[in-house]
Write a protein that binds this ligand. Structure first.
Ligand SMILES: Nc1nc2c(ncn2[C@@H]2O[C@H](COP(=O)(O)OP(=O)(O)OP(=O)(O)O)[C@@H](O)[C@H]2O)c(=O)[nH]1
Ligand SMILES: [Mg+2]
Length: 560
């Protein structure tokens, strides 16, 4: 029953398409237009991994005994009572017979009551699995996690246990209920099933014992591996991988048009290579007589998907152009931009909120922020800078997501300073730093000055010792939560900004007073002298403003 309902869900939901069950090859799914996919209430209700409320309710209703059957049972109960009434009369004569009948009847009754109670409890437990996440109702599917530790070149620094722990956090963010996990050490992944056959059997047993509905692998699986695993685990269990899970979280959290476009594009790109051989059932249905039918259907689907991908790319391009235009307009007032980057959950949004009084969602979930938010920060010195909050990074970040979010991250490449915020209280802080540096390298922005800042100092066991260590490394410690170290943070930004500015001396006539304002706002004034026809100013200013001031810089010698 679940498999049947799930078919219709996958067909209606968008293209996270983590499943390769026969349902996943439903032709209707691919013929859906993207706009209809985006508007689908099922997609709104949680995307591919977490199922929508309506679907689950239908399913739960179907799984529960039909009301008509309950009535029949009740009717039979009533008949028995009536019979019992007759027996009662007879029993009054026989005495013992009556109490025996009553006992039997009572036993039957209590058994029925017990069954009813069990059913009610099961229904209540089922209802409890509907959770409200980000204002969306999500059904907490029972999920089992699987990891593989491989000896591979350029491996990640996260151990398999740590990586699985993070996968559990991701599953929790997606609204899933993790009921167990396992891992295997392999020299090389099995090309058919990723894990060995013994492990497949072990997981199958766990699926049955724990009533698992979804199995998530910690690494990206091929279409063939997904299909083979799903077959081995039994039709109703869904198998997906870390990438699909991350895409699903992004899908759940995309709140703006641009984020929505980016996530849909990434999902389609993830899906494209996984369409291969999903139509083999057509070959089987046709009894082998209409050869190549499935093959043709894949081609049709791929073509549809490619067309949708290219339409999406064009749409994204136009959004990007618009964003660039906006950025250029913003740059005509050359306020320096400081970008906040860091591992997901490091506290970037909390810091932005704390410094600017913004109202960006900050919560103890992974990928709370998908869209860059920029706010103005006014320092005590009077200097201003723009602070941009960006999407968090994660180890094993799907490459299509990095690519899809490149436009968003372009903001970073045009900033004056990059602040790499680290959750220093996290046991894997160093590994997280390495993962972020890896993505930053991919973005080719190493020439921009970087400031490493340790956050959540309040959450460490020994803040004093951590601060000492930070000092040794030339790093600042802050608590975005309670505001500790924020003055030092602003001072460090100011110093770094100054390093990236040009020292100038200029004579600003009184009728060009607005330029003096700009110097104050975006630069750092060291000396100012009011003279007869204007003001002499010595300052550090950003390059664009220094260029703008060129004629006035040349007048200094004449004025003095
Ligand atoms: N104890 C402590 N908790 C903090 C601090 N800063 C942030 N947090 C908490 O850390 C969690 C994540 O904070 P966010 O600001 O959402 O993190 P983020 O880096 O924006 O995360 P993403 O948007 O997912 O990339 C929230 O529960 C915050 O309350 C801090 O200085 N101390
Ligand atoms: Mg955030």
């Amino acid at each position: 029953m679940r498999a049947a309902c799930y078919s219709s869900f996958v067909a209606a939901a968008s293209l996270p398409l983590t499943s390769t069950s026969s349902a996943a090859s439903d032709p209707r799914r691919l013929s859906l237009s993207r706009s209809s996919l985006r508007c689908s209430p099922l997609r709104r209700g949680g995307g591919g991994v977490a199922r929508a409320l309506d679907e689950r309710l239908l399913e739960a209703a179907a799984a529960a005994p039909a009301p008509a059957e309950v009535e029949v049972e009740d009717e039979s109960g009533v008949t028995e009572v009536e019979d019992g009434g007759q027996w009662e009369g007879e029993g009054a004569e026989e005495g013992v017979g009556s109490s025996e009948a009553e006992g039997e009847q009572g036993q039957r009754k209590s058994k029925r009551q017990q069954q009813q109670q069990q059913q009610e409890e099961a229904a209540a437990a089922e209802r409890d699995r509907f959770k409200l996440i980000n204002g969306k109702e999500i059904f907490q599917e029972k999920t089992y996690l699987v990891g593989v530790e491989c000896k591979r070149a350029g491996g990640y620094d996260f151990s398999i246990e740590e990586s699985l722990k993070e996968l559990e956090q991701l599953a929790d963010t997606a609204g899933l209920m993790v009921v167990g996990s396992t891992y295997q050490k392999l020299s090389n992944p099995n090309p058919r099933t990723y894990i060995g056959s013994g492990k497949v059997g072990e997981i199958r047993t766990a699926i049955q014992a724990l009533d698992v509905e979804t199995v998530i692998f910690d690494d990206e699986l091929s279409a063939g591996q997904l299909r083979n695993l799903e077959k081995s685990f039994g039709g109703s269990v869904r198998v997906c991988d870390r990438t699909a899970l991350i895409l699903d979280i992004f899908n759940q959290r995309a709140a703006t048009h641009e984020a929505d476009l980016q996530v849909t594009l990434a999902q389609m790109e993830y899906q494209l290579p996984r369409l291969t051989k999903m139509w083999t059932h057509l070959e089987r249905q046709s009894g082998g007589q209409v050869k190549g039918m499935g093959e043709k259907q894949i081609e049709v689907d791929k073509r549809i998907l490619r067309t949708q991908i290219s339409t999406l790319r064009k749409e994204l391009e136009s959004v990007r152009k618009h964003r660039k235009l906006y950025r250029n307009r913003r740059q005509s007032v050359p306020i320096p931009v400081v970008s906040l980057v860091g591992y997901t959950n490091a506290g970037k949004s909390t810091l932005l909120n704390r410094l600017t009084g913004a109202d960006v969602l900050a919560e103890d979930k992974l990928f709370a922020t998908l869209d860059p938010t920029t706010r103005r920060v006014l320092m005590k010195s009077g200097t201003e800078f723009l602070l941009t909050d960006t999407v968090g990074f994660i180890q094993k970040l799907p490459t299509m997501l990095v690519a899809a979010f490149r436009a968003t991250l372009e903001e970073i490449s045009e900033s004056s300073i990059i602040v790499h915020l680290v959750d220093i209280s996290h046991p894997l802080a160093q590994q997280q730093i390495d993962a972020v540096d890896k993505v930053l390298k991919e973005l080719d922005i190493e020439s921009i000055p970087k400031l490493v800042v340790w956050n959540k100092i309040d959450n460490t066991d020994d803040p004093l010792r951590v601060k000492e260590e930070a000092e040794k490394q030339g790093t600042i410690c802050i608590s975005a939560m309670n505001g500790d170290g924020l003055e030092e943070f602003c001072y460090a930004i100011q110093t770094k900004l100054k390093d990236s500015m040009v020292p100038i001396e200029a004579f600003v006539p009184y009728d060009k007073g607005e330029l003096l304002n700009d110097i104050h706002k975006v630069g750092m004034v060291e000396k100012m002298e009011y003279m007869e026809n204007g003001t002499f100013v010595k300052a550090h200013v950003p390059l664009p403003l220094a260029r703008l001031l060129t004629p006035l810089r040349q007048q200094v010698a004449a004025a003095l």
